[in-house]
Design a protein around this ligand. Structure first.
Ligand SMILES: [Mn+2]
Length: 327
């Protein structure tokens, strides 16, 4: 797999600059201000949204971006199954953290969306947000839609999660980590007929929880349907139906079993292993991925960095599947 291609992302040589030294950026990518856009337009800008004011249970995901940066120092650029080097295919940059308003979910989403829209070249750069709780996904979906989806209607959505996240109002509040997709659908950012949610499992509050998905045509594959039922076939059919539609990927770390991802706010037992979820992500190669997020990592409840390490590998898998589609 030796290559003589010029890298589009300059990474520090780990044989000269140890992975445990220096200021941590996501996956050791350069800071966005150090990338000369006239020489090398940024293909994917990664940025943090350190906000957890939208949670309904255990807080702490505001510390996610910083902890994931630290754990991601061990990410290397070559994906052996896709047979590619993400640093050769993409110019990748860490754009720092979006501004947040810790006492206001709505103001945070507005500020984070504005920040995301300012990154790189609006006609070219794609956005990968690292949360933060799942409410922050709305900001990156809106910024991505402004860049990509607006002329063609709503974006397609691939959603990995233990929870549906289409709950309307919780504690009199419309903007929570249970509601990013209902708000994005209401605002026309996401086309529910081209939305797939994978990894759902119980217990749930009420059987009615599934009504919104049923009424709007959202394809829901529970973990058990994936493991023992027709889930894999339905996922394949969904991906074929998407074709080259502009697709956003939202990855809640709690789709993975708490044995593999204990550091999260609303854990749900009996989910994907790390290897299973990597397999699913690899199966999505070929998608026209135009934006993504990785959310709900709660470092204070993590053990031995299991969850932050997994989140950084999920970021690598997402960038690699995007690279596999253009390589
Ligand atoms: Mn979620």
């Amino acid at each position: 797999m030796a290559s003589d291609k010029t890298p589009r992302t300059t990474l520090p040589d780990a044989r000269k600059h140890p992975r445990f030294a220096g200021v941590a950026t996501f996956c050791r990518f350069p800071l966005i201000d150090s990338v000369d856009p006239s020489r090398r337009p940024v293909d994917w800008a990664l940025y943090g949204i350190p906000f957890d004011g939208g949670v309904t249970y255990r807080p702490g995901a505001r510390f996610g971006p910083r902890a994931i940066r630290d754990a991601s120092q061990y990410i290397k650029p070559v994906h052996i199954e896709h047979n590619l080097n993400i640093a050769e295919i993409f110019s990748l940059a860490d754009a720092g953290d979006a501004p947040v308003h810790p006492y206001s979910c709505k103001e945070t989403l507005h500020a984070a969306c504005g920040f995301a829209q300012s990154l790189g070249d609006p006609n070219h750069t794609k956005l990968l947000a690292i949360g933060g709780d799942h409410s922050t996904a709305y900001a990156n979906i809106r910024a991505t839609w402004e860049r990509r989806g607006k002329p063609t209607g709503g974006l397609a959505l691939l959603h990995f999660d233990a929870h549906l996240d289409t709950y309307d109002i919780i504690w009199d509040e419309k903007w929570t980590h249970g509601s990013p997709f209902i708000r994005a659908i209401e605002d026309g950012l996401i086309d529910p007929q081209r939305m797939l949610t994978v990894g759902i499992r119980g217990p749930v509050n009420s059987a009615d929880d599934f009504d919104y998905a049923d009424e709007h045509g959202i394809e829901v594959v529970t973990y058990e349907q994936w493991r023992t039922g027709n889930g894999p076939e339905r996922i394949r059919t969904f991906l074929e139906r998407l074709g080259d539609a502009e697709t956003y990927l939202s990855f809640d770390i709690d789709c993975v079993d708490p044995a593999y991802a204990p550091g999260t706010g609303t854990p749900c037992c009996g989910g994907f292993t790390s290897a299973e979820v990597f397999g699913l992500l690899r199966q999505c190669a070929g998608l026209n991925l135009v934006g993504a997020d990785v959310v709900e990592v709660l470092p204070a409840l993590d053990h031995a960095n299991i969850t932050t390490l997994l989140a950084s590998h999920v970021i690598f898998e997402i960038l690699s599947l995007a690279a596999a589609s253009v390589a």
